[in-house]
Design a protein around this ligand. Structure first.
Ligand code: FMN
Length: 204
């Protein structure tokens, strides 16, 4: 089948787009408002987009609280979502009024960033502390405004729980990430395949 996205005539109960571009990592975005309120929300329009310097991006469908806070403060954190934190991650996406602390709502520990003034999830096995480099509305092909807003951040510092380091590596088997798989599904990692690139040794 083929469907054109302008009419969205996929004739399925749910739009398959988010299941096709999947699984996606989840950026669990921690921010603080100018008023000092704490905020935590998951974003799966999220990824690493550069490594020299290290850059990540998340995208807000509409003007949400995380977007407001990064515009106010210029910083955010992203906490790693392990399987053990799946339910709490989901709880933290509850639509609540601005200023509601989703760390408390989900029963999580909010810790102060070491180099940025934004909170992160104390229970997470890895955390990126980021400073905003760019916030941009994503115009469509005709140049019209949309209500999608991408936030780019440079990673200034990284926390790693020593318990997930094995043989000198951040061990994904131990870290046990949860990925967004489309619809209401999530995926875990059940196998890792090591394959060196043609010009690279296996540890690259
Ligand atoms: C796994 C998961 C991924 C999500 N990804 C996004 C996303 O990429 N963009 C978005 O706008 N909302 C996303 N949401 C919904 C937001 O988390 C939700 O709207 C939340 O209330 C926003 O919180 P905030 O207003 O405090 O930023 C996602 C929700 C879940 C559970």
């Amino acid at each position: 089948m083929f469907y054109d996205t302008a009419s969205n005539a996929h004739r399925m109960a749910h739009d398959p787009f988010k299941a096709i571009v999947a699984p996606r990592p989840i950026g669990w975005i921690g921010t603080k408002g100018r008023d000092g309120s704490l905020n935590l929300s998951p974003y799966s329009f999220f990824n690493a987009v550069g490594d020299r310097p290290k850059m990540v991006m998340f995208s807000s469908s509409g003007r949400k609280d995380s977007l407001r806070n990064v515009e106010e403060t210029g910083v955010f954190t992203t906490s790693f979502v392990s399987r053990a934190l799946l339910e709490k991650m989901s709880l933290s996406s509850t639509p609540v009024p601005y200023g509601t602390d989703e760390f408390a709502l989900a029963g999580l520990t909010a810790l102060e960033g070491r180099v940025v003034d934004a909170p992160y999830v104390g229970e997470a096995v890895a955390v990126l502390e980021c400073r905003v480099t760019m916030v941009t509305m994503l115009p469509d092909i005709d140049g019209n405004d949309t209500d999608s807003h991408a936030v780019f951040g440079q990673v200034m510092g990284i926390h790693i729980d020593e318990r997930v380091i094995r043989n000198g590596r951040f061990d994904l088997g131990l870290a046990d990430p949860i990925l967004r798989a489309g619809y209401m599904d999530y995926a875990g990692i059940s196998s890792l395949i090591e394959l060196a690139r043609p010009n690279q040794r296996a540890s690259g």
